[in-house]
Design a protein around this ligand. Sequence first.
Ligand code: UT7
Length: 324
Amino acid sequence: MSGIRSVARGIGSYLPERVLTNAELAQRVETSDEWIVQRTGIRQRHIAAEGEFTSHLGLIAARRALADAGFAAADIDLIIVATSTPDQTFPATAATIQAELGITRGAAFDLQAVCSGFVFALATADAHLRTGAFERALVIGAETFSRILDWEDRGTCVLFGDGAGAMVLEAVQHDDAKGAGVLTTHLRSDGRHRAKLYVDGGPSSTGTVGHLRMEGREVFKHAVGMITDVITDAFAATGESAESIDWFVPHQANRRIIDASAQKLGIAPEKVVTTVDLHGNTSAASIPLALDVAWRDGRLQRGQMVLLEAMGGGFTWGSALLRW
Ligand code: UT7
């Protein structure tokens, strides 16, 4: 079928310099490297420096993605930043990144779907590009979750980290079913679960930023079913399958969730890109961070079929299937 398709032209990422190990965390709260590794697969996470904001992380990732694509900042007319940890309540972190890149045309806005943010932002950018309204988009996932963690709560503070990843998408006319681009996206939300993973503050309720609260076991219980449902939808929409995909790049929350999802879908373990051990859960940044790792180490090749999925607060969940 001919039409416009959103093709991934480049990817980039950034992690703050400071690495926080499980051993260091065990000095702050009652936990152990053994517990964290066994229950989550996480060994370390990166933490933004004082004065280093979400926009700073996202800007570096964006510049790296532009360089990877071989595009100038002026080529971009749409910026979507997926984040739950914006620099300020407003303006959007996307507006800050737009200004820092020297872009004065098009549109820039933030999108908030917590850990599913990158998949939601990718689907939103894809929809806008396919209308013909925009030509080239920067889709950025950037987070500084270290700023909203309760560092006394061992049930959450060991799980999250800071980072950013960015993807450059271009609208391309195509008449080739086998061509590169985003093939399908599937987004879901169910706000009845909102109290299982939330932040206990906000501009309209408390006037404070608040801290992340999570019923981990409850989130875990729903995660695999929700993830596999939207992936089944992606396979049904495209005729692709666990066998035909080359890489499964899931949101990186917990190694056990990733493994159980892959196993339930019949995706071979060697097709799974895992970075949760080194990055922790970076929320909306985790998928583009993982994609960038696989791209730079040479696993991910042009023409390959890539499956993305995420699940997080709301609950929100979603999948995207693209040919790289
Ligand atoms: O990205 C957004 C989506 N978020 C997620 O996907 C997170 C989903 N949830 C999880 O990944 C897991 O539920 C956790 C990693 C958060 C927890 O693992 P779990 O196997 O579900 O453990 P649990 O919550 O059932 O806790 C087991 C025990 C508890 O003690 P009792 O009640 O059995 O005595 C906890 O108090 O482990 C205790 N515990 C800890 N122990 C050492 C909780 N956190 C820690 C800790 N260190 N950091």
